[in-house]
Design a protein around this ligand. Structure first.
Ligand code: ADP
Length: 521
């Protein structure tokens, strides 16, 4: 194998599927040259034409769903239902929503004008920015590429996407661009590793949309800051979930279990910390452990087609396996008890859902992003204590509160420092494209989806339309004492309470007259 080749590995059986390479400076330049040409073409299209192109993505997904799933599973090892729900169904949902939202969001908008600009018209035009660079991670390799790309395209931009080198889905993209009939080169998928990402960034895209780790997000943010490239950063999380003692235990256990272990926990909004109120603590943990033990996990038997029918799939990257192991070992060394799961075979990509109790915030498992099928559980007494513990984190992505008392749920939710919160559910905010998604603190900058989903990729151009007349503005030259006094009178007549409309009108008329008289000839 060439040293510069990056192998793409099937995490279920360890086989190398194919290899990719970093691109060269010349290739990065060629990509952006093509994008430049496409910028003009896309800008000239009507929104209806762009929606028709996006509809081709929808058609492709509907017709080739199984192929898409096979490609995703081969490179991620995730369970088929995880892949179907979050990557295939979701893409169709996003397209369906934005076909309705985009025309409303992108149309020219008339806005009011303040008193100072009386008589003029003001509008806001949503224009494309140019070429958007989308850099994506490996946990949802189809969704995270196609969704930001299609939103940026809908806003009228050319798009360059650099998928993760762990899951570049080359067979899928090759098939997609041939069979979907989607506008050639409007979205260019450029595979490669970190160097490729850096080379594309050096070509100065109009905006960067990054999803990935905090570590890399900070680097990308720094590189963008140097060149004043705007950037949205969707980074990690350490989601807390608070369970009060009035809940329906069965329903809540099922919800928490899914929230923690879906996509094998490789989800920035998966539940990683669980705070359970003392009144139901023992019963809740017993039920949770009991149900968790019944989940079907991906298997180390290389001949089993585990991803087809398991609940909890494999861990996609070897790098992540070692982080998960390190967090479990650290927790156990500091006094946590593993009630189910744990490390059965070091280095294995098949990690059983792992429940740990007696955890505290000095443990990595409760403080750093684990990104695996682990759940660190802690007991709490009061509402205040739960809020304090939930907020004791550098992350602020998503959270959940479980209680029959919806008012209490809302009261607690308001005090959680995070970008997304669910009451009596978890992370399904992400499944509603009408809602913005994003984090605070180390979880990122900017919002994705919702109205911002398209608007973030626009130049919000502000427009004033004035008439050709013989009027000279009061704030134009020359600056005279009389104009200054009239403007002062005008301000006092309008902004003091009560408004003095008579004084306002008189001074307004005099300003107009003086403006004409005192103009520079
Ligand atoms: P993860 O996929 O584990 O979240 P990262 O956050 O490191 O990993 O990577 C996310 C994406 O960022 C990947 O596509 C990766 O190739 C890309 N990337 C990593 N480092 C850089 C860099 N310095 N410049 C541009 N892209 C990068």
């Amino acid at each position: 194998m060439d040293k510069n080749n990056i192998p793409i590995i099937n995490p279920i059986n360890g086989q190398t599927l194919y290899e990719i390479q970093e691109i060269s400076v010349e290739q990065a330049k060629a990509v952006f040259q093509t994008a430049k040409t496409m910028e003009t073409k896309i800008r000239q299209m009507s929104l209806e034409q762009r929606i028709a192109e996006v509809e081709k993505i929808n058609q492709y997904v509907l017709e080739h769903g199984n192929f898409i799933l096979d490609c995703i599973i081969a490179e991620t090892g995730k369970s088929r239902t995880d892949a179907f729900a979050a990557e295939v169904f979701e893409v169709c949902d996003v397209i369906d929503v934005y076909k309705k939202l985009a025309p409303k969001l992108l149309k020219d908008k008339s806005v009011p004008i303040p008193i100072f600009l009386m008589g003029k018209k003001a509008q806001q035009w949503m224009e494309p920015l140019g070429t958007i660079l989308v850099i994506t991670p490996w946990n949802f390799p189809f969704y995270q590429v196609i969704v930001p790309a299609l939103l940026a395209f809908l806003a009228g931009n050319a798009v360059v996407v650099k998928p993760s080198e762990v899951t570049p889905l080359v067979p899928l993209w090759n098939d997609f661009f041939v069979k979907s009939g989607f506008m050639k080169d409007a979205i260019q998928v450029v595979v490669g590793g970190k160097e490729t990402g850096a080379l594309l960034l050096a070509e100065r895209p109009a905006k960067v949309h990054f999803t990935g780790s905090v570590r890399t997000g900070k680097k990308i943010g720094e590189a963008c800051a140097k060149e004043l490239i705007p950037v949205d950063l969707e980074l990690g999380g350490k989601d807390p979930s608070i369970v009060f003692d009035d809940v329906n235990i069965d329903r809540t256990v099922n919800g928490v279990m899914w929230g923690a272990f879906t996509n094998a926990g490789q989800n920035c909004t998966g539940i990683e910390r669980l705070y359970v109120q003392e009144g139901i603590y023992d019963k809740f943990i017993e039920t949770l452990v009991d149900k968790t033990k019944k989940l079907k996990t991906s298997s180390i038997d290389r001949n089993t087609k585990v991803a087809e029918d398991c609940d909890v799939g494999a861990i996609t990257s070897a790098f992540q396996v070692s982080i998960i192991e390190d967090h479990i070992e650290d927790a156990v060394a500091k006094g946590a008890k593993v009630l189910c799961g744990g490390i059965e075979q070091k280095g294995s990509h098949h990690i059983k859902p792992t429940i740990l109790v007696d955890c505290n915030h000095s443990m990595k498992i409760a403080a750093e992003e684990t990104f695996g099928p682990t759940l660190a559980i802690m007991k709490f007494k009061t509402e205040e204590e739960a809020i304090r513990l939930a907020n004791d984190s550098p992350y602020g992505l998503s959270a959940s509160v479980w209680s029959k008392d919806i008012e209490r749920g809302k009261r607690v939710a308001r005090q959680l420092v995070c970008g997304n919160v669910c009451i009596n559910n978890h992370m399904i905010n992400e499944a509603n494209p009408y809602l913005p998604f994003g984090g605070v603190k180390d979880s990122g900058i900017g919002r994705f989806k919702g109205e911002e989903g398209v608007l973030t990729f626009c130049n919000h151009k502000s427009v004033i339309i004035d008439q050709q007349s013989n009027m000279i503005e009061p704030h134009w030259y020359p600056f005279t004492q009389s104009k200054y006094e009239l403007l002062n009178n005008l301000m006092n007549a309008y902004f003091r309470k009560p408004k003095n409309w008579l004084k306002f009108a008189k001074n307004g008329l005099r300003i107009d007259t003086i403006g004409k008289k005192e103009q520079i000839k």
